[in-house]
Design a binder for this molecule. Structure first.
Ligand SMILES: [Zn+2]
Length: 308
């Protein structure tokens, strides 16, 4: 019984400017905490164009490939930058997620954590945004549907920011349930509860600044888990951001490390009930290095415990 860890050294080559919160040091803080754990370690492969095209049009791929500078760092939007190596890193993130889906659906692993960067949940159909170049979890979900023949996949995004990109990429597909919890108002400004998607398969839960772990746990138990059980996904994909932590500098929620463990345990329990425990989790945000490392470790520990 196995938890897979997918990552790649290339994810350390995506550079952002001095002082940027989404930085190499994030993985350097998190990965050592996962050393020595009972994990099946896999080098994240590069996503192929065909993988990216599951979620994005060719012109988006062409634009991102053309945007990578030969030297220095190039700004794509107010928050999003590329350096030499950024494309390769983003392809590892998407390829890692696709491979993780393959592993979990083939039984090679019970569940998986993809510890890559840049994150993906703000990348829209044709636009890099909010540190993100490609919609990693959306690509993974569509890969499971289109290539493995699944009929229902659920995505739960517990990053403190709304997963606007994932919503943009999946909301017209009624086979994908997208659940996002996020502080509101906060970047990117979308994610009102009234945004339910054309197929009615989007659940946005807006949280007030200062929301505690106690309140968050209640929302998970009373609202999110029943919706997931009713949808009966055959695979659960997580957008695992740890920036809802009280110490995070980019947001104002008040979750603690133990809350991320609780959330992971409960989601894995639900997955055990409805989809043989198949969970693929992909790292998104989390910008206080200690909080990220501690919460990410707790998340992975819960995945390992669920796989036993
Ligand atoms: Zn975030």
């Amino acid at each position: 019984m196995t938890t897979a860890l997918l990552t790649h050294p290339d994810c350390l080559n995506h550079l952002t400017p001095e002082g940027h919160p989404e930085r190499v040091a994030r993985l350097e803080a998190l990965l050592p905490r996962l050393e020595g754990k009972d994990l099946l370690r896999v080098r994240a492969p590069l996503a192929a164009d065909d993988d990216l095209l599951l979620a994005h049009p060719q012109d988006h791929l062409d634009a991102i490939k053309a945007a990578e500078p030969e030297r220095g760092i190039r700004q794509l939007d107010p928050d999003t930058w590329m350096s030499p190596g950024s494309l390769q890193a983003a392809l590892r993130a998407a390829g890692g997620a696709v491979r993780a889906v393959d592993m979990v659906l083939s039984g090679e692993a019970d569940n998986a954590f993809v510890a890559c960067r840049p994150p993906g949940h703000h990348a829209e159909t044709r636009a890099p945004m909010g540190f993100c170049l490609f919609g990693t979890v959306a690509i993974a979900a569509k890969h499971a549907l289109e290539r493995h023949g699944l009929e229902r996949v659920a995505i739960v995004d517990f990053d403190v920011h709304h997963g606007n990109g994932t919503q943009d990429l999946v909301q017209s597909d009624g086979r994908i349930l997208f659940v996002s919890t996020h502080q509101m108002p906060l970047y990117p400004g979308t994610g009102a509860p009234s945004e339910t998607g054309p197929a009615g398969t989007v659940l946005n839960i807006a949280l007030d600044e200062g929301t505690t772990g106690e309140v968050y746990r209640r929302i998970l138990t009373d609202t999110i888990l029943p919706r997931l059980r009713a949808f009966r996904p055959e695979l659960l994909i997580l957008s695992a951001g740890f920036d809802a932590h009280a110490n995070d500098p980019l947001a104002g929620l008040s979750l603690e490390t133990a809350d991320f463990a609780f959330v992971t345990e409960e989601l894995c329990r639900m997955a055990a009930e409805v989809c043989e425990g198949r969970v693929v989790s992909c790292l998104e945000g989390g910008y206080d290095l200690d909080a990220l490392a501690e919460s990410g470790e707790a998340h992975v520990d819960a995945l390992i415990a669920a796989a036993r």
